[in-house]
Design a protein around this ligand. Structure first.
Ligand SMILES: Cc1cc2nc3c(=O)[nH]c(=O)nc-3n(C[C@H](O)[C@H](O)[C@H](O)COP(=O)(O)OP(=O)(O)OC[C@H]3O[C@@H](n4cnc5c(N)ncnc54)[C@H](O)[C@@H]3O)c2cc1C
Length: 461
């Protein structure tokens, strides 16, 4: 390890238009703090490139000084504190260009879905995104991106048409179906160790609205409704997307939700051809069996414009100290629901903030799309367990214990693969055995070693 001295860092600062921060310098704390307040990182350097040429200079400098590089946009995926190396913040790579006629957009690596979806909506287009609008577009694409419309429209990365990437040698590569097709395949789902993406070009969908939103049911109804949801969701057509979340909301949540224990049923009906009236009528027809079972405390379901898709899940947007664990499930049955009800249902005492069961299937298991490295999309359901760790109400150790209890209980339903975005910070065992089928994992490893032979982009496994 060559390492670097302060004069080397000064020299990096002179080579780029962007900024360099070292521990203790003004701005360093602001740049290292991300979405998850549990993760307190202290890398040797934080570098914020202003443009792609900066990224090239930064990576060449890092390679010369044996300094490992961790690209980051928002810190939504920062599950492990960085204690050394360089954090490369992409926040200033913020170009957005929409080609309305060709129904595609090009997005800089620093932009989040909430920067993009209003502009797309104004152009009569919608993107296939994840549930939260505060996640970066590129960060989501790299892991696949299973979102609130994915049963109908597939994963977000199915829509990626090309990436601009700076590799470990500091070269700019355009990866698409014709150029560097191995890298293009890997960037859609392979997630780590592949370079710094500076921009992605993504296909949009000619869609202005879906019929969707959420129903919040009170603690007295939630256990019964969870069982009924399972019966309802098992045979739904691919046009319907849904999940349930057992929620324990903070006192500052709005209106009747403040401090409440609720079941949040998320729903989205998608039909590209349908008029607004048809969307509403057909959407309500699908919902009718659930509506017949109880009266929600809050009902936000209606015609939903594409720039408000994040309201379906209503994920937190401000930074939180959150512990997270997730899995993909081969199937779900009433025994599984009974386990969840026992842990986080209406009568349970729990420190967990959210336990979400999401129906997958539909377009997620289509085989006619361009092959990519995305893993864990063939399961029937996903399960996500979140706990906001705040002393003294929910100390981290209590949150972890409650989360591990659910992990152990649902093990019999666990699928062989798990999507990267559900894995938290994957243990070496999960990284090697569960994120991708063996053949994909092997091919990914080979692509990574071709584009980053010296492992400049460290990913811990
Ligand atoms: C509230 C919430 C809701 C979520 N909902 C969903 C969901 O519905 N579906 C889903 O699939 N996921 C979901 N996720 C997971 C989320 O998509 C991942 O954590 C994703 O990695 C976040 O990307 P980011 O760039 O915003 O985060 P960051 O922490 O900035 O980045 C995460 C990782 O992505 C890589 N990365 C980011 N930018 C670049 C780049 N320019 N070049 C190379 N590598 C890069 C790096 O490996 C980095 O460590 C959710 C997360 C949260 C917190």
């Amino acid at each position: 390890m060559k390492g670097f001295k302060s004069r080397d860092v000064t020299s990096l600062g002179h080579q780029i238009r962007g900024e360099v921060f070292t521990r203790g310098t003004h701005g360093y704390r602001r740049e290292v703090s991300g979405f998850n307040l549990l993760t307190a990182s202290s890398p040797d350097l934080v570098v914020v490139p202003e443009d792609e040429a900066d990224v090239q200079a930064i990576l060449r400098w890092a390679a010369e000084h044996d300094c490992t590089v961790h690209p980051q946009a928002t810190g939504h995926g920062a599950y492990r504190p960085l204690e050394a190396g360089m954090l490369l913040k992409t926040t200033r790579l913020n170009r957005l260009a929409i080609d309305q006629e060709a129904q595609r957009f090009t997005v800089g690596a620093g932009l989040t879905w909430q920067d993009v979806v209003p502009e797309l909506h104004a152009a009569g287009l919608m993107a296939v995104s994840g549930s939260a609008a505060t996640v970066s577009v590129v960060g989501l694409l790299l892991g696949g991106g299973i979102g609130p419309l994915s049963r109908t429209l597939g994963v977000a990365s199915d829509y990626a048409e090309s990436f601009r990437v700076v590799n470990a040698a500091g070269e700019v590569l355009v990866a698409d179906a014709e150029h560097h097709p191995d890298l293009f395949w890997a960037l859609r789902g392979g997630k780590v160790g592949l370079g710094v993406v500076t921009e992605a070009t993504v296909r949009a969908v000619p869609l202005s609205h879906v019929y969707g939103g959420g129903l919040f049911f009170g603690a007295e109804d939630m256990d019964r409704l969870a069982h009924a949801w399972l019966d309802w969701v098992t045979d739904l057509p691919d046009a319907v997307n849904s999940s349930i979340a057992f929620l324990r909301l903070p006192p500052e949540a709005p209106g009747p939700l403040g401090g409440a224990t609720v079941l949040h049923l998320r729903f989205a009906y998608v039909d590209i051809e349908a008029s607004h009236d048809e969307l509403r009528d057909q959407g309500e027809a699908y919902l009718a069996p659930l509506r017949a079972l109880g009266t929600p405390i809050i009902d936000t379901i209606g015609l939903l414009p594409g720039d408000r898709l994040a309201e379906i899940h209503a994920d937190p947007t401000d930074p939180v100290p959150v512990w997270e664990w997730g899995d993909m499930l081969e199937s779900a049955d009433h025994d599984l629901i009974e386990h969840l009800v026992g842990q986080v249902g209406g009568k349970a005492q729990s420190v967990l903030t959210a336990v979400e069961l999401r129906r997958l299937g539909g377009a997620l298991v289509r085989d006619d799309l361009s092959p990519s490295a995305v893993g864990g999309t063939r399961a029937a359901f996903s399960l996500l367990v979140l706990g906001v760790a705040i002393k003294p109400v929910a100390p981290l150790v209590a949150v972890e214990t409650a989360g591990h209890m659910i992990r152990d209980l649902v093990q019999p339903w666990s699928a062989s693969e798990i999507n990267y975005h559900w894995a938290g910070y994957p243990t070496p065992e999960v990284f090697i055995n569960r994120l991708w089928p063996a053949e994909t994992a092997e091919r990914l490893s080979e692509v990574r070693s071709r584009y980053d032979p010296n492992r400049l982009f460290e990913f811990g496994n």
